[in-house]
Design a protein around this ligand. Structure first.
Ligand code: MG
Length: 259
């Protein structure tokens, strides 16, 4: 083959590669979920009212928050089971109300978040119900959270996620229309579809280990979400994969790639 033909072939292949890459990105409408709210700002804290306000002001698709049920039936935000040495699920709300987050806020309740969320209709609450200590406690937590959400009239503004298959099962049983995504990474897209899930919400590592799952989920009509994506490289990778949602600690960094 002549040098000119080789040059033209290379040019053509490069153009095709660029074209297919752009096409894949252009077809994506990936949305941003702020992980534990948009807390990476001065004066904010994870799982705080401030971080929810920031996510709303930013225009995120969703503000993710972690919730536990206290022994006396309050739904309280916190990532870990314990806060400052107090086990949340084993405590009464009165035992928690004096505790303060890093920015000085009291530990928020789901009801307080709802009051903020109700002031707008753009940013959803992505409610992660943490596993509780027994099947009975998981079922109770799912029922109480759904009751609080429904009685507040923000069901349309709420997506549910959990690592607990029992909690997810109860959420789907309570209403098959609930938007429930599974976090734990040990169910295939086919299993999730068969069990009535809305989508998968898996870690970067799980989706790298199972590179066909994003497309399989899409073909089954499931939504796809990946957590917690904080590096540019990983953001670009999952944008090219065409996931529906990326959960991140750095919403502004991700937004810069979407513009
Ligand atoms: Mg969470």
């Amino acid at each position: 083959m002549s040098t000119k033909k080789v040059f033209l072939s290379t040019l053509l292949l490069t153009a095709c590669a660029i074209s297919s890459c752009v096409c894949r990105n252009d077809s994506v409408n990936t949305q941003i979920i702020a992980h534990r709210g948009f807390w990476d700002k001065l004066g904010s804290a994870q799982n705080s009212i401030s971080s929810l306000h920031n996510a709303i002001d930013f225009g995120a698709y969703g503000s993710e928050l972690d919730v536990h049920l206290t022994q006396d039936g309050y739904v309280v935000l916190n990532h870990d089971d314990d806060y400052q040495g107090v086990n949340i699920q084993g405590a009464a709300y009165a035992d928690l109300s004096a505790l303060r987050l890093a920015n000085g806020e009291p530990l928020p309740t789901l009801q307080q978040c709802i009051e903020v969320a109700k002031t707008q209709n753009t940013t959803k609450l992505i409610v992660e119900i943490k596993p509780h200590h027994s099947l009975e406690a998981d079922v109770r937590a799912a029922n109480v959270v759904v009751k609080v959400i429904n009685e507040s009239g923000i069901a349309d503004l709420t997506d549910y996620i959990s690592f607990s298959a029992d909690i997810c099962k109860e959420l789907i049983k309570l209403n098959p229309q609930h938007r429930v995504a599974y976090l734990n990474g040990d169910k295939s897209p086919q299993e999730l579809k068969a069990e009535g899930y809305w989508g998968l919400d898996y870690s970067e590592g799980t989706l790298h280990d199972h590179p066909t799952w994003i497309n399989e989920a899409k073909e089954l009509g499931l939504t796809t979400n990946v957590w917690t994506v904080n590096s540019l490289d990983e953001m670009q990778y999952f944008l090219q994969q065409g996931v529906d949602y990326i959960t991140t600690n750095h919403p502004e960094l991700l937004k810069g790639l979407l513009n």
